[in-house]
Ligand binder design. Structure first.
Ligand SMILES: CC(C)(COP(=O)(O)OP(=O)(O)OC[C@H]1O[C@@H](n2cnc3c(N)ncnc32)[C@H](O)[C@@H]1OP(=O)(O)O)[C@@H](O)C(=O)NCCC(=O)NCCS
Length: 198
């Protein structure tokens, strides 16, 4: 059941600094969704570890964490696609099951897109499965303005294709509001710098 509400009292705040505790934070959030198997959960945590070990730029993994009432309830992981000028991958986005369907995922995605835009990114790509289990995920991306660009049939397994979504980031969307200041005491990580790894 969803406990969260979308009223202003529950609007998330965001941070980009990543700490060792975020290994467990990510594990808890991803596991709570019930969407991912143990191997996939381990991969989600490995991206945090890569970031902690190498920093954002070297690892290629950047994070935005969404917090409600001082608790981290969702996160995204993304990064520039090597060999492209302006394209970025959204590797992961998840909201704790107890806080889903309250608008946090959409806000988290907008915040992620804003950070990508402000560092020169203009296209965001995300991949998901064509299986029925991922219909809610595909609906989420479509509701958030993502366009189904391609389907690679039988990519993951027979009957399990890869669906590639893309969103072109337009300037008008991102020039209106500045990125909110990061939380006090949570570091000053920004998408463009290595700060988030400190
Ligand atoms: C996908 C996910 C991140 C969405 O986060 P959320 O906070 O629940 O989503 P929001 O409440 O912000 O919803 C945003 C939009 O997506 C739609 N949406 C979200 N979840 C949906 C679902 N299960 N079924 C249908 N639509 C859904 C909402 O209706 C909303 O659209 P609207 O505002 O036009 O009505 C979250 O449900 C999740 O973590 N899912 C499991 C992990 C996952 O699939 N991650 C993506 C692949 S890595």
């Amino acid at each position: 059941m969803n406990n969260a509400t979308a009223d202003s009292a529950n609007l998330p705040t965001f941070r980009t600094a990543v700490g060792p505790e975020d290994r467990q934070v990510v594990r808890t959030i991803v596991a709570s969704t019930g969407f991912f198997n143990p191997a996939e959960i381990d991969i989600a945590v490995e991206l945090v570890e890569e970031h902690l070990a190498k920093g954002a730029e070297q690892s290629g993994y950047y994070f935005v964490f969404a917090e409600c009432d001082a608790r981290t309830v969702g996160y995204s992981c993304y990064g520039p696609i090597a060999g492209t000028q302006q394209s970025h991958d959204l590797f992961w986005i998840a909201v704790d099951r107890s806080h889903q369907a309250a608008g946090i995922g959409r806000r988290l995605l907008i915040e992620t897109e804003r950070r990508i835009y402000q560092c020169g990114g203009r296209r965001v790509y995300v991949e998901t499965s064509s299986r029925d289990q991922y219909l809610p995920t595909r609906t989420f991306y479509e509701r958030c303005g993502y366009h189904r660009e391609a389907i690679l049939e039988d990519f993951y397994a027979p009957g399990d294709g890869k669906v590639i979504y893309v969103r072109a980031l337009e300037s008008e969307e991102f020039q209106q509001e500045p990125i909110p200041e990061p939380h006090e005491g949570k570091g000053t990580g920004t998408f463009c710098s290595e700060d988030s790894a400190k």
